[in-house]
Design a protein around this ligand. Structure first.
Ligand code: KG4
Ligand code: ZN
Length: 337
């Protein structure tokens, strides 16, 4: 009997330390240690993130192996996130993966984090068929990606400044909410009126986005209203959250719909941390019904950063057989793909 393909994957690009085990394309475990240390600072502190990864990585990998019922000797390859991300955070995962690969004499697979967010759609059924159009929205990126097969992905458009998740988080900070604010805006927006306030959003050419302007307009809006009514935020939190969320989502959906229509694509999905947003999920479903799309949204635990998405990407890279990293591979903070 052939030896099963079993891969240990490590994700450490930002503030989540995660390890997953995948066997023949089936995820057996996906452990995520979220770093709470950043909450008090209102954003990720890179130096602290690296230190927390150093503390978490051994226990997270050990429990991931244990939960999967796998020992180090069963592994076929080690995968890690190579880019993009915080360099200190990436280095922890990369060094750990390299050390393990060398000591076990196993192949090493370097994975692009944004490619892995798109690949999160291939962890569970139903899986998209090709061509597949994916809006990837996270704290650091906002992209429309065209996937033609497992190994060909093309970025059709992206943000020219802030990411959509950053717009959520920075708005939350202005509203006095803790980091990461995206999920809290989602929560308060459920009780609010999305049409109460309006914010302008830049319409970029093609399939690109811009989210830096909305931040400034929210800041000026809040300053103006607070001058008239000092407790304006406390009195209007749900309506502010719903209005901001609606503006961001309309901007995202407009470009996604434009791309799908112009390219004639019927398999459309969302991925990345912001795809956990309930209004974005509902907007995708509504657009799917309007346009006759088959829509895809990853399971909640595969939306935000996780090693299962690194593992599934590595699984297909291993099968392709041409993309093994060597031990001199270095992580990079930014990466084109
Ligand atoms: O993909 P991810 O976990 O990390 C990056 O690669 O950046 O995305 C994190 C981002 C944060 O900006 C967070 O606020 C946002 O995803 N996010 C949400 C929600 N859940 C997470 N934004 C809006 N609504 C949510 N429910
Ligand atoms: Zn991410």
């Amino acid at each position: 009997m052939a030896t099963p393909l079993i891969i240990l994957a490590i994700e450490s690009s930002c503030d989540d330390t995660s390890a997953a085990v995948i066997k023949e394309g089936v995820v057996l475990s996906n452990l995520i240690a979220t770093q709470k240390v950043h909450e008090q600072y209102g954003g990720v502190v890179p130096e602290m993130a690296s230190r927390a990864h150093m503390q978490n990585i051994v226990p997270v990998v050990s429990v991931a192996l244990q939960q999967a019922g796998i020992t180090l000797n069963d592994l076929s390859a080690i995968a890690f996130t190579q880019a993009p991300g915080l360099i200190g955070s990436l280095l922890v995962g990369a060094c750990f993966a390299k050390g393990l690969a060398q000591s076990l004499q196993l192949p090493l697979i370097a994975v692009h984090h944004m490619q892995a967010h798109v690949m999160s759609h291939f962890i569970e059924d139903p899986k998209p068929s090709f061509p597949f159009l994916c809006l990837t929205v996270s704290g650091g990126h906002t992209q429309i990606v065209l996937m033609e097969n497992y190994h060909s992905m093309r970025v059709l458009g992206e943000t020219i400044d802030d990411a959509a998740g950053e717009a959520f988080d920075k708005t939350a900070k202005m509203l006095g909410l803790p980091y990461p604010g995206g999920p809290l805006i989602d929560k308060y927006a459920k009780e609010g009126n999305a049409k109460r306030f309006s914010f302008p959003i830049s319409d970029m050419k093609g399939y690109d986005f811009s989210f830096s302007g909305i931040k400034t307009s929210i800041l000026y809006f809040l300053q103006k209203e607070q001058k008239k009514q000092p407790d304006f935020i406390a009195q209007n939190l749900p309506d502010i959250c719903a209005s901001v969320q609606d503006t961001i989502i309309r901007s995202l959906m407009k470009k996604l719909e434009k791309a799908a229509k112009e390219l004639g694509i019927k398999n459309v999905g969302i991925a990345g941390g912001v795809s956990a947003n309930s209004a974005l999920r509902a907007a995708l479903q509504a657009a799917g019904e309007r346009n006759g799309w088959q829509t895809f949204i990853p399971k909640f635990e595969y939306c935000t950063d996780n090693a299962a998405m690194i593992a599934i990407t590595a699984h297909y890279k291993y099968i392709e057989g041409t993309s093994f990293a060597d031990l001199s591979t270095v992580p990079t903070a930014r990466a084109v793909w």
